[in-house]
Design a protein around this ligand. Structure first.
Ligand code: AGP
Length: 594
């Protein structure tokens, strides 16, 4: 997820481009660049943050330009891979947000036709294709080029000698800001709000032509009308897209995150699941290493790997792993880290490699240290996560683990088909939770009045009990413990009473009866119980104090749905307590020290 911008009008483009890019940095910040036309195309790009870049670029007089702030997806963060990208002549420049899935074959064809490529990116095929089809009209050449493209894109293109910008979008966001004799293009509204609050939203497949005289939108070559909208928000607000907190926005992005994660893997199935070597190497065990929320994703991974692969899986805290001897014969290691910079995970990875263990990394940050260290890296598609407490990145990790095990498993086709069907339904099921928050809000407020809370679950939902407790600790500052439900009677029961509410995750699987018994035991000790369950059946409703009903899904995916409920529960408890939800005290988004 990158940020792209464009400007054409009667003011110098340079300062406007940098100001707009600065507002989009939450979308990606590993490198950036601008291209301004006026006496040819002037291109500046490097692995700087936007403000640094703005300081290094000399004064440019051009009044049309494009810009990009990057969240690397294809090709590591580097000055060469940074955007804008140009054609051989340097007269055509393009910025892009999205993934071009057929870029390899297009690149080979273009090279065979004499085009020189300088970067590792998918995006670079665009200016070369535009150059190939250019015959006096930039928009016609862009339209032809997009005809060859598979995947998602939002682009802004310019050509020296043509006083216009051409924009287009498919599966990536792009808006046009309307000004007086000037117009702006951007990935998101925050970028342009300093200049205008008049916005046109491009539809899928639209091509926009922006000139000093105005804006034309075309669709399949025909001019179409698009309504202009007035944006009532401040920049700050919009960055949160109208949500009060980044975490609430990120929780609401999860249907998209699941969709993007699945779409990404469909296109690159053969690339990422290169685990055949495991069989050849006679791998007999797996070790998953991570910290915090990522560790909880690993625990869910253990259940599904063992169920579908029938090999033993150990999950360990990276911070602990580094301090005791290991037997790693015939073991494959997976390290999970959102930031890719967590010191404990990096150290553990090096230790593993020292003893000849092959390491597969699952991370959300392209170009992060772990992606350089690991033998193989899978990137999640959560996009930049601004709130310190992880939510959507955890979701992307879970879906990645489900996909990984399914694409490697030899389980019967029927079961895999059912799971695939279940995965595809998840975005809508998550949306149902997000659209029906009233009981979650109520019980979040209820929990905000307590200082000690227990979360319990069994099987696949035991790690989710741990995650629910971590979220309540992190953002609401309530002491919370996650427990395997069967463990309470081995000690923690001593703490139970009226002041220790228990949140119990009940799933319609083979742990159902045992969970009901645990709830009865807890009730017998006077503790209030909130139950998450997929339907209001007489039994659960009778024994629990409160029930949060969740959409019905294949039991293997119940962790996904229950996670969203517990994220929101913690959010509303934190809100009730007036906590600094996005940036909790004493925490950092990535822990780069041991
Ligand atoms: C979770 O909300 C926290 N931000 C923290 O526990 C985090 O999961 C942990 O520090 C691991 O970070 P990583 O995934 O970036 O390695």
């Amino acid at each position: 997820m990158c940020g792209i911008v464009g400007y054409i009008g009667n003011r110098r483009a340079q300062p406007i481009l940098f100001n707009c890019l600065a507002r989009l940095e939450y979308r990606g910040y590993d490198s950036c660049g601008i291209a301004v036309s006026g006496g040819g195309v002037k291109l500046y790009k490097d692995t700087f943050r936007v403000d640094e870049m703005a300081r290094t670029v000399p004064r440019l007089s051009g009044m049309a330009g494009i810009g990009h702030t990057r969240w690397a997806t294809c090709g590591e963060p580097s000055a060469t891979n940074a955007h804008p990208h140009c054609d051989c002549s340097g007269n055509i420049a393009v910025v892009h947000n999205g993934i071009i899935s057929n870029f390899q074959e297009l690149k080979l064809k273009l090279i065979a036709e004499g085009h020189n490529f300088v970067s590792e990116t998918d995006t670079e095929v665009l200016p070369h294709l535009i150059e190939k089809y250019y015959n006096g009209s930039l928009e016609a050449a862009v339209e032809a080029a997009l005809g060859d493209i598979k995947g998602s894109y939002a682009i802004v293109a310019l050509k020296s000698g043509e006083t216009k910008l051409v924009v287009a979008r498919k599966d990536s966001p792009l808006i046009i800001g309307v000004g007086d004799q000037e117009s702006f293009a951007a990935s998101d509204v925050p970028a342009i709000l300093d200049y205008t609050n008049r916005v046109i939203y491009l539809e899928e497949g639209d091509i926009g032509i922006m000139t000093n005289a105005g804006i034309k939108i075309k669709r399949n070559g025909t001019e179409v009308d698009r309504k202009e909208h007035k944006i009532p928000w401040s920049v700050e607000e919009v960055q949160k897209a109208g949500y009060e907190h980044f975490i609430l926005k990120e929780i609401h992005e999860q249907p998209r995150v699941v969709r993007d994660t699945l779409v990404g893997y469909y296109q690159e199935a053969e690339l990422i699941v290169d685990l055949e070597w495991m069989r050849d190497a006679g791998i007999e065990a797996m070790l998953i290493l991570a910290c915090g929320t990522s560790y909880h994703a690993g625990l869910v991974g253990k259940y599904i790997f063992e169920e579908l692969l029938r090999i033993p899986v150990r999950v360990e805290l990276a911070s602990e792993f580094n301090y005791y001897p290991q037997t790693l014969a015939k073991t494959m290691a997976i390290v999970i880290t959102q930031s890719g910079e967590t010191a404990d995970v990096l150290r553990a990875t090096r230790r593993l490699q020292e003893v000849g263990c092959r390491v597969l990394a699952i991370t959300n940050v392209m170009g992060s240290t772990i992606s350089r260290l690991a033998d193989q890296t899978i990137y999640t598609s959560a996009g930049p996560e601004i709130s310190v407490a992880s939510t959507k990145s955890f979701m992307a990790q879970l879906v990645t683990l489900y996909w990984l095990v399914m694409s490697y498993s030899r389980a019967d086709v029927k079961r895999l088909d059912d799971m695939l069907m279940g995965l595809r339904q998840l975005p809508n099921k998550i949306q149902q939770v997000l659209d029906n928050k009233s009981s979650i809000k109520r019980y979040g407020k209820y929990l905000s009045g307590y200082e000690n809370v227990f979360f319990i679950g069994r099987g696949l939902n035991y790690p989710i009990a741990l995650e629910g407790a971590l979220k309540l600790k992190e953002i609401a500052y309530i002491h919370a413990e996650g427990y395997a439900a069967g463990e309470l009677k081995h000690g923690p029961f001593a703490l139970l009473g009226r002041d220790t509410p228990v949140v119990a995750i009940v799933a319609k699987d083979d742990t159902y009866e045992a969970m009901l018994n645990n709830i009865r035991e807890i009730k017998a000790r006077g503790a209030p119980v909130i139950v998450l369950f997929e339907e209001e059946d007489g039994t659960v409703g009778k024994i629990a104090d409160f029930v949060i009903t969740v959409p019905k899904v294949d039991f293997r995916f119940s962790p996904i749905i229950n996670t969203v409920v517990l994220q929101l529960l913690a959010y509303y408890a934190a809100k009730e307590r007036g906590c600094p939800i996005d940036f909790p005290r004493n925490l950092a988004k990535s822990v780069t020290v041991e």
